[in-house]
Design a protein around this ligand. Structure first.
Ligand SMILES: Cc1cc2nc3c(=O)[nH]c(=O)nc-3n(C[C@H](O)[C@H](O)[C@H](O)COP(=O)(O)OP(=O)(O)OC[C@H]3O[C@@H](n4cnc5c(N)ncnc54)[C@H](O)[C@@H]3O)c2cc1C
Ligand code: FES
Ligand code: FES
Length: 477
Protein backbone atom coordinates (compact mmCIF):
# COMPACT_ATOMS: atom_id res chain seq x y z
CA UNK A 1 0.00 0.00 0.00
CA UNK A 2 1.33 3.42 -0.88
CA UNK A 3 0.31 6.66 0.76
CA UNK A 4 1.23 9.04 -2.04
CA UNK A 5 -0.25 9.71 -5.44
CA UNK A 6 1.79 10.52 -8.54
CA UNK A 7 0.88 12.10 -11.83
CA UNK A 8 2.55 14.00 -14.65
CA UNK A 9 2.23 17.78 -14.73
CA UNK A 10 4.45 20.32 -16.53
CA UNK A 11 6.60 17.56 -18.04
CA UNK A 12 7.57 15.94 -14.76
CA UNK A 13 6.21 13.54 -12.18
CA UNK A 14 4.51 15.21 -9.23
CA UNK A 15 4.17 13.13 -6.05
CA UNK A 16 1.75 14.27 -3.35
CA UNK A 17 1.88 12.89 0.15
CA UNK A 18 -1.42 13.43 1.98
CA UNK A 19 -0.13 11.88 5.17
CA UNK A 20 2.61 14.42 5.78
CA UNK A 21 0.54 17.11 7.43
CA UNK A 22 -0.37 18.75 4.10
CA UNK A 23 -3.57 20.78 3.64
CA UNK A 24 -4.65 18.41 0.88
CA UNK A 25 -7.31 15.81 1.56
CA UNK A 26 -8.52 12.86 -0.55
CA UNK A 27 -11.56 14.93 -1.49
CA UNK A 28 -9.68 18.09 -2.45
CA UNK A 29 -10.78 18.68 -6.02
CA UNK A 30 -8.27 18.95 -8.84
CA UNK A 31 -9.59 22.48 -9.46
CA UNK A 32 -8.87 23.60 -5.91
CA UNK A 33 -5.45 21.98 -6.06
CA UNK A 34 -4.62 23.76 -9.35
CA UNK A 35 -5.78 27.08 -8.02
CA UNK A 36 -3.49 26.66 -5.00
CA UNK A 37 -0.49 26.48 -7.36
CA UNK A 38 1.25 29.69 -8.49
CA UNK A 39 1.18 28.90 -12.23
CA UNK A 40 -2.08 27.06 -12.87
CA UNK A 41 -4.89 29.51 -12.22
CA UNK A 42 -6.32 29.34 -15.76
CA UNK A 43 -9.02 26.81 -14.86
CA UNK A 44 -11.94 28.73 -13.34
CA UNK A 45 -14.71 27.85 -10.95
CA UNK A 46 -18.08 28.87 -12.37
CA UNK A 47 -20.49 26.47 -10.73
CA UNK A 48 -18.56 23.66 -8.96
CA UNK A 49 -21.15 21.17 -10.19
CA UNK A 50 -20.26 20.21 -13.74
CA UNK A 51 -22.62 22.64 -15.44
CA UNK A 52 -20.30 25.27 -16.95
CA UNK A 53 -16.96 23.55 -17.68
CA UNK A 54 -14.96 26.72 -17.03
CA UNK A 55 -12.78 24.33 -15.04
CA UNK A 56 -12.03 21.97 -17.96
CA UNK A 57 -8.64 20.28 -17.99
CA UNK A 58 -7.46 17.36 -20.11
CA UNK A 59 -6.25 14.05 -18.74
CA UNK A 60 -3.75 11.98 -20.68
CA UNK A 61 -4.09 8.26 -20.02
CA UNK A 62 -1.88 5.44 -21.12
CA UNK A 63 -3.77 3.36 -23.67
CA UNK A 64 -2.81 0.24 -25.60
CA UNK A 65 0.39 0.27 -27.70
CA UNK A 66 1.96 2.93 -25.50
CA UNK A 67 -0.31 5.64 -26.87
CA UNK A 68 -1.78 8.40 -24.79
CA UNK A 69 -5.50 8.99 -24.89
CA UNK A 70 -6.62 12.57 -24.15
CA UNK A 71 -9.97 13.34 -22.54
CA UNK A 72 -11.55 16.58 -21.31
CA UNK A 73 -12.89 16.51 -17.75
CA UNK A 74 -14.38 18.97 -15.26
CA UNK A 75 -11.67 19.48 -12.65
CA UNK A 76 -14.23 20.77 -10.12
CA UNK A 77 -15.73 17.27 -9.77
CA UNK A 78 -12.52 15.27 -9.78
CA UNK A 79 -10.96 14.27 -6.48
CA UNK A 80 -7.19 14.67 -6.43
CA UNK A 81 -6.25 10.98 -5.96
CA UNK A 82 -8.11 10.19 -9.20
CA UNK A 83 -5.16 11.78 -11.03
CA UNK A 84 -2.91 8.94 -9.98
CA UNK A 85 -1.04 7.46 -12.95
CA UNK A 86 -2.34 10.09 -15.40
CA UNK A 87 -1.07 13.20 -17.16
CA UNK A 88 -2.77 16.43 -16.12
CA UNK A 89 -2.81 19.08 -18.85
CA UNK A 90 -4.01 22.59 -18.12
CA UNK A 91 -4.38 25.64 -20.34
CA UNK A 92 -0.95 26.84 -19.17
CA UNK A 93 0.63 23.80 -20.85
CA UNK A 94 -0.72 24.51 -24.32
CA UNK A 95 1.95 26.94 -25.53
CA UNK A 96 5.06 25.24 -26.84
CA UNK A 97 8.57 25.75 -25.43
CA UNK A 98 9.10 28.69 -27.78
CA UNK A 99 6.07 30.41 -26.25
CA UNK A 100 3.94 29.95 -29.39
CA UNK A 101 0.22 29.49 -28.93
CA UNK A 102 -1.31 26.08 -29.65
CA UNK A 103 -3.33 25.83 -32.89
CA UNK A 104 -6.59 25.89 -30.93
CA UNK A 105 -5.52 29.01 -29.07
CA UNK A 106 -4.48 30.97 -32.15
CA UNK A 107 -7.66 29.90 -33.95
CA UNK A 108 -9.71 31.23 -31.03
CA UNK A 109 -7.86 34.57 -31.29
CA UNK A 110 -8.31 34.76 -35.05
CA UNK A 111 -12.00 33.81 -34.96
CA UNK A 112 -12.74 36.24 -32.10
CA UNK A 113 -13.88 33.38 -29.87
CA UNK A 114 -13.57 35.21 -26.56
CA UNK A 115 -14.94 38.34 -24.90
CA UNK A 116 -14.93 38.47 -21.09
CA UNK A 117 -12.72 35.39 -21.20
CA UNK A 118 -14.07 33.65 -18.10
CA UNK A 119 -15.11 30.60 -20.07
CA UNK A 120 -12.17 30.74 -22.49
CA UNK A 121 -9.60 28.51 -20.73
CA UNK A 122 -12.26 25.80 -20.40
CA UNK A 123 -13.33 26.17 -24.03
CA UNK A 124 -9.73 26.08 -25.22
CA UNK A 125 -9.17 22.84 -23.28
CA UNK A 126 -12.29 21.29 -24.81
CA UNK A 127 -11.01 22.29 -28.27
CA UNK A 128 -7.59 20.84 -27.39
CA UNK A 129 -9.24 17.50 -26.53
CA UNK A 130 -11.16 17.69 -29.83
CA UNK A 131 -7.89 18.48 -31.64
CA UNK A 132 -6.22 15.38 -30.22
CA UNK A 133 -9.16 13.07 -31.00
CA UNK A 134 -10.68 14.23 -34.29
CA UNK A 135 -8.97 15.44 -37.43
CA UNK A 136 -11.29 17.65 -39.47
CA UNK A 137 -14.20 17.10 -37.09
CA UNK A 138 -17.78 17.23 -38.28
CA UNK A 139 -20.08 19.96 -37.01
CA UNK A 140 -21.69 17.34 -34.77
CA UNK A 141 -18.32 16.40 -33.25
CA UNK A 142 -17.47 20.07 -32.67
CA UNK A 143 -20.84 20.73 -31.03
CA UNK A 144 -20.44 17.66 -28.85
CA UNK A 145 -16.96 18.75 -27.70
CA UNK A 146 -18.25 22.11 -26.44
CA UNK A 147 -21.72 21.09 -25.27
CA UNK A 148 -20.61 21.31 -21.64
CA UNK A 149 -18.95 24.70 -22.00
CA UNK A 150 -21.15 27.60 -21.08
CA UNK A 151 -20.29 30.91 -22.73
CA UNK A 152 -22.49 33.83 -21.84
CA UNK A 153 -21.01 36.58 -24.00
CA UNK A 154 -19.32 35.47 -27.19
CA UNK A 155 -21.85 33.14 -28.73
CA UNK A 156 -20.77 29.83 -30.18
CA UNK A 157 -20.38 30.67 -33.87
CA UNK A 158 -16.78 31.95 -33.67
CA UNK A 159 -15.88 29.13 -31.28
CA UNK A 160 -17.19 26.55 -33.73
CA UNK A 161 -15.27 28.32 -36.51
CA UNK A 162 -12.10 28.23 -34.42
CA UNK A 163 -12.54 24.49 -33.88
CA UNK A 164 -12.98 23.81 -37.60
CA UNK A 165 -9.98 26.00 -38.44
CA UNK A 166 -7.64 24.45 -35.87
CA UNK A 167 -8.34 20.74 -36.01
CA UNK A 168 -6.68 19.99 -39.36
CA UNK A 169 -3.20 18.80 -38.40
CA UNK A 170 -3.92 15.16 -37.47
CA UNK A 171 -3.66 15.98 -33.77
CA UNK A 172 0.06 16.64 -34.09
CA UNK A 173 1.57 19.21 -31.73
CA UNK A 174 4.27 19.53 -29.07
CA UNK A 175 2.49 16.91 -26.94
CA UNK A 176 3.14 14.49 -29.82
CA UNK A 177 6.86 15.36 -29.65
CA UNK A 178 6.89 14.72 -25.89
CA UNK A 179 4.67 11.63 -26.01
CA UNK A 180 7.42 9.01 -25.71
CA UNK A 181 8.86 10.70 -22.63
CA UNK A 182 5.40 11.07 -21.10
CA UNK A 183 4.65 7.40 -21.75
CA UNK A 184 7.84 6.45 -19.90
CA UNK A 185 6.86 8.69 -16.96
CA UNK A 186 3.39 7.15 -16.80
CA UNK A 187 4.78 3.62 -16.99
CA UNK A 188 7.15 4.37 -14.13
CA UNK A 189 4.30 5.27 -11.76
CA UNK A 190 3.50 2.37 -9.46
CA UNK A 191 0.03 0.90 -9.81
CA UNK A 192 -0.04 -0.41 -6.25
CA UNK A 193 -3.07 0.21 -4.11
CA UNK A 194 -3.29 3.52 -2.31
CA UNK A 195 -4.35 4.12 1.27
CA UNK A 196 -4.57 7.66 2.56
CA UNK A 197 -5.50 8.54 6.11
CA UNK A 198 -5.90 12.16 7.15
CA UNK A 199 -7.33 13.64 10.36
CA UNK A 200 -10.96 13.25 9.24
CA UNK A 201 -10.84 10.92 6.28
CA UNK A 202 -9.72 7.57 5.05
CA UNK A 203 -9.39 6.82 1.34
CA UNK A 204 -8.70 3.49 -0.37
CA UNK A 205 -7.86 3.02 -4.03
CA UNK A 206 -7.65 -0.73 -4.57
CA UNK A 207 -5.90 -1.91 -7.72
CA UNK A 208 -7.86 -5.12 -8.31
CA UNK A 209 -11.38 -6.43 -7.83
CA UNK A 210 -10.54 -8.91 -5.11
CA UNK A 211 -9.05 -6.18 -2.99
CA UNK A 212 -12.01 -3.88 -3.66
CA UNK A 213 -14.43 -6.62 -2.55
CA UNK A 214 -12.38 -7.32 0.58
CA UNK A 215 -12.45 -3.63 1.47
CA UNK A 216 -16.22 -3.47 0.93
CA UNK A 217 -16.65 -6.49 3.17
CA UNK A 218 -14.44 -4.99 5.87
CA UNK A 219 -15.92 -1.48 5.59
CA UNK A 220 -19.53 -2.00 4.42
CA UNK A 221 -20.49 1.61 5.15
CA UNK A 222 -17.63 3.18 3.22
CA UNK A 223 -18.77 5.38 0.32
CA UNK A 224 -17.95 3.79 -3.00
CA UNK A 225 -16.94 6.07 -5.85
CA UNK A 226 -16.35 5.22 -9.48
CA UNK A 227 -16.32 8.52 -11.41
CA UNK A 228 -17.56 10.56 -8.43
CA UNK A 229 -19.60 12.90 -10.68
CA UNK A 230 -22.54 12.27 -8.37
CA UNK A 231 -20.77 11.89 -5.03
CA UNK A 232 -18.47 14.91 -5.55
CA UNK A 233 -21.47 17.26 -5.31
CA UNK A 234 -21.80 16.25 -1.66
CA UNK A 235 -18.40 17.89 -1.18
CA UNK A 236 -18.53 20.81 -3.62
CA UNK A 237 -22.12 21.86 -2.93
CA UNK A 238 -23.03 20.10 0.33
CA UNK A 239 -19.65 20.82 2.00
CA UNK A 240 -19.73 17.38 3.58
CA UNK A 241 -16.63 15.67 4.89
CA UNK A 242 -16.84 12.13 3.53
CA UNK A 243 -15.25 10.00 6.22
CA UNK A 244 -14.37 6.82 4.36
CA UNK A 245 -14.10 6.25 0.62
CA UNK A 246 -13.38 3.28 -1.61
CA UNK A 247 -12.42 4.55 -5.06
CA UNK A 248 -12.92 1.94 -7.79
CA UNK A 249 -11.37 3.99 -10.59
CA UNK A 250 -8.11 2.02 -10.44
CA UNK A 251 -9.73 -1.43 -10.80
CA UNK A 252 -9.01 -2.62 -14.35
CA UNK A 253 -11.38 -5.64 -14.16
CA UNK A 254 -14.33 -3.25 -13.78
CA UNK A 255 -13.38 -1.42 -16.96
CA UNK A 256 -13.33 -4.41 -19.26
CA UNK A 257 -15.85 -5.38 -21.88
CA UNK A 258 -16.65 -8.99 -22.78
CA UNK A 259 -18.47 -10.08 -25.89
CA UNK A 260 -19.77 -13.57 -26.67
CA UNK A 261 -22.15 -14.78 -29.37
CA UNK A 262 -25.04 -14.30 -26.90
CA UNK A 263 -24.13 -11.44 -24.60
CA UNK A 264 -22.30 -8.15 -24.22
CA UNK A 265 -21.00 -7.59 -20.70
CA UNK A 266 -20.03 -4.03 -19.82
CA UNK A 267 -17.81 -3.50 -16.78
CA UNK A 268 -19.46 -1.28 -14.16
CA UNK A 269 -16.38 0.96 -14.13
CA UNK A 270 -16.49 1.70 -17.87
CA UNK A 271 -16.81 5.40 -18.48
CA UNK A 272 -19.90 6.39 -20.40
CA UNK A 273 -17.85 7.68 -23.37
CA UNK A 274 -16.51 4.16 -23.85
CA UNK A 275 -19.94 2.56 -23.31
CA UNK A 276 -21.29 5.00 -25.92
CA UNK A 277 -18.84 3.68 -28.53
CA UNK A 278 -19.28 0.04 -27.49
CA UNK A 279 -23.06 0.07 -28.03
CA UNK A 280 -23.10 2.21 -31.18
CA UNK A 281 -23.90 -0.56 -33.67
CA UNK A 282 -26.12 -3.01 -31.80
CA UNK A 283 -27.95 -1.00 -29.14
CA UNK A 284 -29.16 2.18 -30.90
CA UNK A 285 -31.61 3.18 -28.16
CA UNK A 286 -28.86 3.08 -25.52
CA UNK A 287 -26.51 4.91 -27.90
CA UNK A 288 -29.14 7.61 -28.42
CA UNK A 289 -29.65 8.27 -24.71
CA UNK A 290 -25.90 8.39 -24.06
CA UNK A 291 -25.58 10.97 -26.85
CA UNK A 292 -27.60 13.39 -24.69
CA UNK A 293 -26.19 12.33 -21.34
CA UNK A 294 -24.53 15.26 -19.51
CA UNK A 295 -21.60 16.61 -21.50
CA UNK A 296 -18.42 15.08 -22.86
CA UNK A 297 -16.61 16.18 -19.67
CA UNK A 298 -19.14 14.22 -17.59
CA UNK A 299 -19.22 11.13 -19.85
CA UNK A 300 -15.41 11.03 -19.79
CA UNK A 301 -15.52 10.34 -16.04
CA UNK A 302 -19.00 9.08 -15.09
CA UNK A 303 -19.48 5.33 -15.20
CA UNK A 304 -22.30 2.94 -15.98
CA UNK A 305 -22.08 1.37 -12.51
CA UNK A 306 -22.24 4.84 -10.96
CA UNK A 307 -25.38 5.72 -12.89
CA UNK A 308 -27.13 2.54 -11.74
CA UNK A 309 -25.64 2.93 -8.26
CA UNK A 310 -27.43 6.26 -7.82
CA UNK A 311 -30.76 4.43 -8.37
CA UNK A 312 -32.02 7.89 -9.21
CA UNK A 313 -35.61 8.11 -10.49
CA UNK A 314 -34.18 10.26 -13.30
CA UNK A 315 -31.21 8.06 -14.14
CA UNK A 316 -31.05 8.15 -17.92
CA UNK A 317 -29.66 4.67 -18.51
CA UNK A 318 -32.11 2.74 -16.32
CA UNK A 319 -35.29 2.92 -18.48
CA UNK A 320 -33.49 1.99 -21.68
CA UNK A 321 -31.42 -0.76 -20.06
CA UNK A 322 -34.64 -2.21 -18.64
CA UNK A 323 -36.15 -2.07 -22.12
CA UNK A 324 -33.21 -4.15 -23.34
CA UNK A 325 -33.94 -6.64 -20.48
CA UNK A 326 -30.42 -6.00 -19.16
CA UNK A 327 -29.20 -7.74 -16.04
CA UNK A 328 -26.87 -6.42 -13.37
CA UNK A 329 -24.08 -8.39 -11.75
CA UNK A 330 -23.52 -7.89 -8.04
CA UNK A 331 -20.52 -9.35 -6.33
CA UNK A 332 -19.28 -9.67 -2.76
CA UNK A 333 -16.12 -11.36 -1.56
CA UNK A 334 -18.23 -14.49 -0.93
CA UNK A 335 -20.67 -14.63 -3.85
CA UNK A 336 -21.73 -13.35 -7.22
CA UNK A 337 -25.31 -12.98 -8.46
CA UNK A 338 -27.05 -11.69 -11.55
CA UNK A 339 -30.48 -10.12 -11.32
CA UNK A 340 -32.75 -8.16 -13.64
CA UNK A 341 -32.80 -4.38 -13.31
CA UNK A 342 -36.50 -4.61 -12.34
CA UNK A 343 -35.45 -6.64 -9.31
CA UNK A 344 -32.50 -4.32 -8.61
CA UNK A 345 -34.50 -1.10 -8.13
CA UNK A 346 -36.57 -1.25 -4.94
CA UNK A 347 -37.56 2.34 -4.25
CA UNK A 348 -36.36 5.92 -4.06
CA UNK A 349 -32.59 5.57 -4.40
CA UNK A 350 -33.01 2.11 -2.90
CA UNK A 351 -31.60 -1.01 -4.51
CA UNK A 352 -31.27 -4.74 -3.84
CA UNK A 353 -27.48 -4.35 -3.49
CA UNK A 354 -26.28 -5.64 -0.13
CA UNK A 355 -23.86 -3.53 1.85
CA UNK A 356 -20.90 -5.77 1.12
CA UNK A 357 -21.64 -5.98 -2.61
CA UNK A 358 -20.37 -3.98 -5.55
CA UNK A 359 -21.96 -3.61 -8.95
CA UNK A 360 -19.41 -5.26 -11.20
CA UNK A 361 -21.09 -5.39 -14.62
CA UNK A 362 -24.20 -4.96 -16.75
CA UNK A 363 -25.13 -7.67 -19.23
CA UNK A 364 -27.09 -7.22 -22.44
CA UNK A 365 -28.35 -9.96 -24.73
CA UNK A 366 -27.03 -9.78 -28.29
CA UNK A 367 -30.43 -10.76 -29.69
CA UNK A 368 -33.60 -8.88 -28.80
CA UNK A 369 -35.99 -11.37 -30.49
CA UNK A 370 -36.95 -8.80 -33.10
CA UNK A 371 -38.26 -6.40 -30.45
CA UNK A 372 -38.43 -2.69 -31.28
CA UNK A 373 -36.65 -0.70 -28.58
CA UNK A 374 -36.59 3.09 -28.30
CA UNK A 375 -35.45 5.62 -25.73
CA UNK A 376 -36.66 9.15 -25.07
CA UNK A 377 -35.49 12.03 -22.91
CA UNK A 378 -37.50 15.18 -22.30
CA UNK A 379 -35.57 18.00 -20.67
CA UNK A 380 -35.59 21.77 -20.79
CA UNK A 381 -32.41 21.78 -22.90
CA UNK A 382 -31.38 19.07 -25.32
CA UNK A 383 -27.88 18.75 -23.88
CA UNK A 384 -26.43 18.83 -20.39
CA UNK A 385 -29.74 18.73 -18.64
CA UNK A 386 -31.55 16.46 -16.24
CA UNK A 387 -34.58 14.61 -17.55
CA UNK A 388 -38.05 15.87 -16.70
CA UNK A 389 -39.41 12.63 -18.13
CA UNK A 390 -37.52 9.82 -19.79
CA UNK A 391 -38.59 6.51 -21.22
CA UNK A 392 -37.40 3.17 -22.51
CA UNK A 393 -39.97 1.23 -24.57
CA UNK A 394 -39.90 -2.34 -25.88
CA UNK A 395 -42.42 -3.83 -28.26
CA UNK A 396 -42.80 -7.30 -29.77
CA UNK A 397 -45.52 -8.34 -32.21
CA UNK A 398 -47.37 -11.57 -32.81
CA UNK A 399 -47.60 -12.75 -36.43
CA UNK A 400 -51.07 -11.18 -36.73
CA UNK A 401 -49.62 -7.77 -35.72
CA UNK A 402 -51.12 -7.80 -32.26
CA UNK A 403 -48.95 -6.84 -29.29
CA UNK A 404 -47.14 -9.92 -27.99
CA UNK A 405 -45.06 -8.17 -25.34
CA UNK A 406 -44.68 -4.54 -24.31
CA UNK A 407 -42.58 -2.79 -21.68
CA UNK A 408 -43.17 0.90 -21.02
CA UNK A 409 -40.59 2.10 -18.55
CA UNK A 410 -40.56 5.69 -17.38
CA UNK A 411 -38.12 7.89 -15.49
CA UNK A 412 -39.20 11.08 -13.73
CA UNK A 413 -42.77 9.84 -13.17
CA UNK A 414 -42.46 8.20 -9.74
CA UNK A 415 -40.03 7.78 -6.84
CA UNK A 416 -38.14 5.26 -8.97
CA UNK A 417 -37.81 4.16 -12.58
CA UNK A 418 -41.17 2.43 -13.04
CA UNK A 419 -43.18 0.47 -15.60
CA UNK A 420 -46.61 1.63 -16.75
CA UNK A 421 -48.11 -1.76 -15.91
CA UNK A 422 -51.78 -0.83 -16.38
CA UNK A 423 -51.09 0.65 -19.80
CA UNK A 424 -49.03 -2.40 -20.76
CA UNK A 425 -51.83 -4.76 -19.68
CA UNK A 426 -54.36 -2.83 -21.73
CA UNK A 427 -52.20 -3.06 -24.87
CA UNK A 428 -51.29 -6.75 -24.61
CA UNK A 429 -52.91 -8.80 -27.37
CA UNK A 430 -54.43 -5.72 -29.05
CA UNK A 431 -53.73 -4.41 -32.52
CA UNK A 432 -51.03 -1.69 -32.55
CA UNK A 433 -53.35 0.93 -34.01
CA UNK A 434 -53.55 4.65 -33.38
CA UNK A 435 -57.07 4.51 -31.87
CA UNK A 436 -55.99 1.80 -29.44
CA UNK A 437 -52.80 3.62 -28.45
CA UNK A 438 -54.84 6.81 -27.94
CA UNK A 439 -57.09 4.85 -25.59
CA UNK A 440 -54.10 3.27 -23.85
CA UNK A 441 -52.72 6.72 -23.01
CA UNK A 442 -55.56 7.19 -20.52
CA UNK A 443 -54.18 4.33 -18.43
CA UNK A 444 -51.07 6.41 -17.74
CA UNK A 445 -53.28 8.26 -15.22
CA UNK A 446 -53.65 5.00 -13.27
CA UNK A 447 -49.96 4.16 -13.49
CA UNK A 448 -48.39 7.34 -12.14
CA UNK A 449 -48.98 10.20 -9.75
CA UNK A 450 -45.92 12.33 -10.57
CA UNK A 451 -44.75 15.28 -8.50
CA UNK A 452 -44.43 18.90 -9.58
CA UNK A 453 -40.99 20.45 -9.31
CA UNK A 454 -38.66 22.89 -11.06
CA UNK A 455 -38.35 20.53 -14.02
CA UNK A 456 -42.04 20.19 -14.72
CA UNK A 457 -45.49 20.17 -13.19
CA UNK A 458 -47.30 16.89 -12.52
CA UNK A 459 -49.69 17.77 -15.35
CA UNK A 460 -46.84 18.42 -17.77
CA UNK A 461 -45.19 15.12 -16.83
CA UNK A 462 -48.39 13.12 -17.30
CA UNK A 463 -49.08 14.75 -20.67
CA UNK A 464 -45.48 14.19 -21.78
CA UNK A 465 -45.61 10.54 -20.73
CA UNK A 466 -48.81 10.01 -22.72
CA UNK A 467 -47.42 11.80 -25.76
CA UNK A 468 -44.24 9.72 -25.69
CA UNK A 469 -46.37 6.62 -26.09
CA UNK A 470 -48.01 8.14 -29.15
CA UNK A 471 -44.61 9.17 -30.51
CA UNK A 472 -43.42 5.59 -30.03
CA UNK A 473 -46.43 4.35 -31.96
CA UNK A 474 -45.81 6.81 -34.80
CA UNK A 475 -42.16 5.77 -34.98
CA UNK A 476 -43.01 2.08 -35.17
CA UNK A 477 -45.61 2.06 -37.91
C1 LIG B 1 -23.22 18.09 -14.74
C2 LIG B 1 -23.85 16.75 -14.55
C3 LIG B 1 -24.65 16.23 -15.55
C4 LIG B 1 -25.24 14.98 -15.39
N1 LIG B 1 -26.04 14.52 -16.38
C5 LIG B 1 -26.69 13.35 -16.21
C6 LIG B 1 -27.56 12.88 -17.22
O1 LIG B 1 -27.72 13.47 -18.29
N2 LIG B 1 -28.23 11.71 -16.97
C7 LIG B 1 -28.07 11.01 -15.80
O2 LIG B 1 -28.69 9.97 -15.65
N3 LIG B 1 -27.22 11.45 -14.85
C8 LIG B 1 -26.53 12.59 -15.02
N4 LIG B 1 -25.69 13.03 -14.04
C9 LIG B 1 -25.54 12.26 -12.79
C10 LIG B 1 -24.24 11.40 -12.75
O3 LIG B 1 -23.24 11.99 -13.53
C11 LIG B 1 -24.45 10.01 -13.30
O4 LIG B 1 -25.38 9.35 -12.48
C12 LIG B 1 -23.19 9.18 -13.41
O5 LIG B 1 -23.39 8.09 -14.26
C13 LIG B 1 -22.67 8.69 -12.08
O6 LIG B 1 -21.53 7.90 -12.32
P1 LIG B 1 -20.21 8.05 -11.44
O7 LIG B 1 -19.29 6.96 -11.84
O8 LIG B 1 -19.67 9.41 -11.52
O9 LIG B 1 -20.83 7.76 -10.01
P2 LIG B 1 -20.29 8.06 -8.55
O10 LIG B 1 -20.52 9.49 -8.21
O11 LIG B 1 -18.90 7.55 -8.40
O12 LIG B 1 -21.28 7.12 -7.73
C14 LIG B 1 -22.68 7.33 -7.78
C15 LIG B 1 -23.38 6.36 -6.81
O13 LIG B 1 -23.18 5.02 -7.22
C16 LIG B 1 -22.47 4.27 -6.22
N5 LIG B 1 -21.53 3.41 -6.96
C17 LIG B 1 -20.64 3.81 -7.91
N6 LIG B 1 -20.02 2.74 -8.44
C18 LIG B 1 -20.51 1.65 -7.79
C19 LIG B 1 -20.26 0.24 -7.88
N7 LIG B 1 -19.41 -0.26 -8.79
N8 LIG B 1 -20.92 -0.59 -7.06
C20 LIG B 1 -21.82 -0.10 -6.17
N9 LIG B 1 -22.11 1.22 -6.04
C21 LIG B 1 -21.47 2.08 -6.85
C22 LIG B 1 -21.82 5.30 -5.34
O14 LIG B 1 -21.60 4.82 -4.05
C23 LIG B 1 -22.81 6.43 -5.39
O15 LIG B 1 -23.87 6.18 -4.51
C24 LIG B 1 -25.04 14.25 -14.19
C25 LIG B 1 -24.21 14.77 -13.20
C26 LIG B 1 -23.63 16.00 -13.36
C27 LIG B 1 -22.75 16.53 -12.28
S1 FES C 1 -16.80 24.92 -12.25
FE1 FES C 1 -18.55 24.68 -13.53
S2 FES C 1 -18.20 22.71 -14.36
FE2 FES C 1 -16.57 22.93 -13.01
S1 FES D 1 -16.44 35.01 -23.25
FE1 FES D 1 -17.55 35.60 -21.48
S2 FES D 1 -18.43 33.74 -20.82
FE2 FES D 1 -17.54 33.22 -22.69
Amino acid sequence: MQTTISFVLDGKIVALDFNSGSQLTPTTTVLNYLRSLPNHKGAKEGCAEGDCSACTVVLGELAAESKIYYRSVDSCLLFLPMLHGKQLITVENLQNKKGQLHYVQSAMVEAGGSQCGFCTPGIVMSLFSLYKNHNMPTREQINDAITGNLCRCTGYKPIVEAAAQACVYDGIDHFTDDELATVEFLKSISHDSIHIRTKDQEYFRPHNLNEALSLKSKYPNAIVISGSTDVALRVTKGHEVLPQLIDLSGVDELQSIQETADTLTLGAGMILSDVHQAVKNNYPALYAILSVFGSQQIRNVATLGGNLGTASPISDTLPVLMAYNATIILQSIKAKREISLDEFILGYRKTARKLDELITAVRLLQSQNGAIIKSYKISKRKDLDISSVSAGFRLEFNDNKTVKDIKLIYGGMADRTKRATNTEQFLLGKLWKREIVEEARLFINNDFIPISDARGSAEFRTTAAKNLLLKFWSETV
